[in-house]
Design a protein around this ligand. Structure first.
Ligand code: AMP
Length: 316
């Protein structure tokens, strides 16, 4: 099985949505990613928390099989993020970002971690993302994510990082801002010219786009009547996507990449059905695969020859 090494934030999030609120809930980009990707492949998490990080959160991660030897505890407070969602679940309004222990964090990878075949640089300071990448032996696949906070504060460091990654995930608004383009297709065009051979642009409840080579592929979301908390949708999408590819050990085949997009949608859809990480803590592979097949079924449009065949069966 191909291990995924993830570096990113492990956080305490305070979130308000039209469906309710939560204070200091377990969150962070690496947390959401790991809890989703572990259904597919072994995960090693690299990050830092403060002395105030509740013991039960670390226990939850280790009990779910996530390798936490790279999750350090430093003097000071855990990274905190607070945000609010209005009716538009696609865009969080960030109310506060307190980097706390992340200000001093300089990740030093263990030998075993450097050999991981898949690396996910989850949303975190792009300079830290580059420091981790520089320590890797020769990963088969490197993917990264980011958010507005870093696009605004460190655009050059981010561009430099992108020249070295294979897969880039962004939401529509972030991609347009980063590339200075008015729509996601143009933004993906520009971003892929900087390096990534695969660019994934998420459009929340409107689905996602994937650019591979010169071709764009379109994907609908799994339809949900209610979204309770969109936090972590992007990271759980990346978790399903990379987890699936790591489980196959195939990273450059369009068919596998399309299935990875569907698993990404499925994991994100489970995540947004409840606050914090509650819903992705206790899934199982059967439930995930059931929703995956349900999504494939809803997505597929029969070609004319298949349609004629099925009409004949109905008529017979
Ligand atoms: P997502 O909704 O998938 O984009 O990611 C949400 C997670 O990102 C939350 O759990 C936050 O703790 C975390 N987060 C928010 N802002 C930052 C930031 N500037 N750097 C790293 N992680 C962040």
């Amino acid at each position: 099985m191909n291990t995924i090494l993830v570096v990113g934030s492990v956080a305490l999030d305070t979130v308000k949505t039209p469906a309710g609120s939560i204070a200091d809930g377990l969150g962070g980009s690496a947390t959401y990613f790991s809890l989703a990707a572990r259904y597919f492949a072994p995960i090693q998490l690299v990050g830092v928390v403060g002395e105030d990080f509740p013991r039960e959160h670390r226990t939850l991660l280790t009990e779910r099989g996530i390798g936490c030897s790279g999750l350090k505890t430093a003097k000071g407070k855990t990274f905190r993020w607070s945000g609010r969602y209005g009716k538009d679940a696609n865009n969080a309004k960030t109310l506060a970002t307190h980097l706390n222990v992340f200000k001093e964090f300089r990740p030093k990878l263990e030998d075993a971690h450097r050999k991981a075949p898949v690396l996910f640089l989850a949303n975190i300071d792009p300079e830290l993302q580059s420091e981790v990448l520089a320590q890797m032996k020769s990963p088969a696949l490197v993917a990264c994510d980011t958010m507005n906070f870093w696009i605004d504060s460190k655009p050059e460091a981010l561009k430099e990082l992108l020249s070295k990654v294979d897969v880039f995930f962004a939401n529509e608004e972030e991609a347009e801002k980063l590339a200075h383009r008015p729509n996601p297709l143009q933004a993906a065009e520009v971003i892929s010219s900087w390096g990534p051979s695969v660019v994934v642009i998420k459009k929340g409840e409107h689905g996602a786009l994937m650019k591979v080579g010169s071709r764009f592929y379109i994907f609908p979301p799994f339809p949900l009547p209610e979204i309770k908390d969109p936090t972590g949708a992007g990271d759980t999408f990346a978790g399903g996507f990379l987890g699936y590819l790591a489980s196959c050990g195939v990273y450059d085949d369009v068919g596998h990449l399309k299935r990875a997009m569907a698993y990404g949608s499925v994991m994100a859809s489970f995540n947004v059905e409840d606050f914090s990480t509650r819903n992705i803590e206790n899934l199982d592979r059967d439930r995930i695969d059931e929703r995956f097949h349900d999504l494939l079924d809803r997505m597929s449009v029969p070609r004319t020859d298949e349609l004629l065949k099925s009409r004949r069966v109905v008529a017979a």
